[in-house]
Design a protein around this ligand. Structure first.
Ligand code: ZN
Length: 118
């Protein structure tokens, strides 16, 4: 299961960071997740809850911030945010002129952006 291995590596990262900073426990992990990352938010949260409850990091809450999908249009020289649901209705077109563009600038992210350590 893809999400479980990601959850485990997030916990591993948190543990390493805790050791480096000399805190007593990690309270929260703040992650940015884009719909093009291939990771399903709900599945990640469920896998994380399972993994963290069986670890020594059980105080750490996972906060997932959704990153929008943005594309760059070579005609307008602008970045626009794609609207719609990524379940199939998301179209890779410029929000200004409607031209198709595959130049994705964000939305494939899965980043641990910060951590709260006690
Ligand atoms: Zn455009």
């Amino acid at each position: 299961m893809h999400e479980l291995s990601i959850a485990l590596s997030l916990i591993e990262l948190a543990r390493a960071e805790l050791k480096k900073n000399g805190g007593s426990k990690v309270l929260a992990l703040n992650v940015k997740l884009g719909p093009l990352s291939g990771v399903v938010k709900e599945a990640l949260l469920a896998a994380y809850d399972l993994a963290v409850s069986e670890s020594d990091m059980s105080a750490a809450v996972l906060n997932v911030e959704d990153v929008p999908v943005t594309v760059f249009c070579s005609e307008c020289k602008k970045i626009s945010t794609l609207s719609g649901n990524f379940g199939g209705s998301l179209r890779f077109v410029c929000g200004y002129c409607g031209q198709a563009t595959g130049d994705v600038r964000s939305g494939a992210d899965l980043d641990l952006v910060s951590m709260e350590i006690d």
